[in-house]
Design a protein. Sequence first.
Length: 247
Amino acid sequence: MIRGIYTAASGMVAESLRTDTIANNLANVNTAGYKKDVAISKDFRSMYIQRINDGTDAPVIGNMGVGSVIDEIAPIHSAGPMVQTGNTFDLAIDGQGYFTVDTPNGVRYTRNGSFTRNALGELVTQDGYRVLGQNGPLRVNGDKVAVSGDGQVSVDGMVTGSLQLVNFADEKQLTKEGSSLYVAAAGAQTSPMEGIARQGVVEQSNVNAVSEMVNMIAGYRAYETNAKAVQAQDELLDKAVNEVAKV
């Protein structure tokens, strides 16, 4: 019975973490370039089931989990819908690829192309981090700024640089760091972008609010089921201690 309490309680903890993940997705439904997370669970530990009354060599007839745990929070890197904004400094990548950004913590990567221009005429993120080109931070100080499909930047009709657009063969090497930024694992190999850069367009979040609400309701129901299982096990334990023991 005590094992049953632990098993059900582990399910409550797992569903609580899953609900937190869904809530974070919903909070970022309007965040440009945001990629939703999915909580992946697994058995905490499995035990073999054997036939009883078959002696010491009882055959194993299966196994049973004794709890669950969240194995990882995995981001889903599928593309979000593209929205036309008409803003000169809004950029999006149609296909695979990431913008490269210079931050105080080092080089980071993002799909959020909602950029702007700072007082020095540099292309920056909404947090003020400089967007990198092939030869360093990009300057877009001019009246007419144009970005081609391959990331080439022209200011007032003159080519001034090219966006540093990269791709990762294994996107599991990217870890979320907040503010729509990703940090690459040590030794992660980059390759040229395989998508197309689009100007005046922003990639929206790939979160489907309706689907996430359905998942949240299902998570609440699973949490309640585990909570009732804990209560039932507790009542059985109470009877075993206070009633059966009297016999």
